[in-house]
Design a protein around this ligand. Structure first.
Ligand code: GDD
Ligand code: MN
Length: 237
């Protein structure tokens, strides 16, 4: 296979019903760009890793990594970055929540000069379908915490849907903590000023399977905000 220009990292845990529709949909959208899709699965009990590796045997643009004895969205994403070959790196959920139509736009923004392009629910045109009040509430509180404490130039710092230049990752690789859900927040907070583009998207409800966002993830998040704030105040770069 030719060297891919674009590497998409897809963390998965129990996405057996979603993974193939997801891979098919994404491939269609970025067919014209040399790409690889790296699925990083944490030994899902529903055998997502097995489905992904069978699919990879037939589709050379897919690579499946099965991690054992380790769990975590951020650390899975970091493992994917470490295995990626592209000059442009992206991250996307496998549960079809992220609109694949926006993926080529995110890539284009980076090709046009942005360091980082983020799929945002909080710019005009973006949003979320049918979120229960408590999910809206926690999402708003989490966003406010990040904006107040860290002052980041992001309307949707919680987004798990983004594309960036490899150099952004390389520039802060050694400072990234692999805990929790918020790898984007970590990347932006640990980098110097970045040229950021935001692209609206509507977050779709997952149709199959369950969200893994629970109390532990929320507690990790609050800890992370304090750690990043501390690092920004006492350890400016
Ligand atoms: N490898 C791995 N390990 N993957 C995981 C793990 C894990 O421990 N936990 C979750 N994933 C995968 C899921 O399979 C899915 O592809 C993706 O990470 C997101 O997980 P969800 O459980 O669907 O998260 P969510 O929908 O609650 O949260 C999403 O939306 C949030 C915004 O509201 C994510 O995109 C978050 O990053 C985002 O902040
Ligand atoms: Mn989800």
């Amino acid at each position: 296979m030719n060297e891919p220009l674009f590497s998409l990292i897809v963390p998965t845990y129990n996405e057996a019903e979603n993974i193939v529709p997801f891979l098919t949909a994404v491939h269609l959208m970025i067919e014209s760009i040399p790409h690889e899709v790296i699925v990083v699965d944490d030994d899902s009990p529903d055998l997502t890793w097995d489905i992904a590796s069978h699919y990879a045997e037939q589709h050379p643009w897919v690579k499946a990594i099965r991690r054992r004895n380790i769990r975590g969205l951020s650390s899975a994403v970091l493992e994917g970055f470490a295995a990626a070959h592209g000059e442009i790196l992206g991250v996307m959920d496998a549960d079809l929540s992220h609109d694949e139509h926006q993926l080529p736009i995110l890539i284009l923004k980076v090709q046009e000069g942005a360091d980082l392009a983020v799929g945002s629910r909080r710019v005009p045109g973006g949003g979320a379908t049918r979120w229960p009040w408590y999910r809206r509430f926690t999402s708003t509180v989490a966003t406010r915490l990040a904006t107040w404490f860290l002052g980041l130039p992001l309307s949707d710092p919680m987004s798990g849907f983004f594309v960036m230049k490899r150099s952004v990752y390389e520039g802060c690789r050694t400072r990234l903590y692999p805990t929790g859900y918020k790898i984007l927040l970590e990347l932006v907070s640990q980098s110097g000023p970045l040229k950021i583009a935001e692209v609206p998207f509507v977050f779709r409800d997952r149709r199959q399977g369950h969200s893994k966002l629970g109390f532990v993830v929320m507690a990790q998040y609050v800890t992370m905000i304090f750690r990043l704030t501390y690092q920004r105040v006492f350890w400016r770069h």
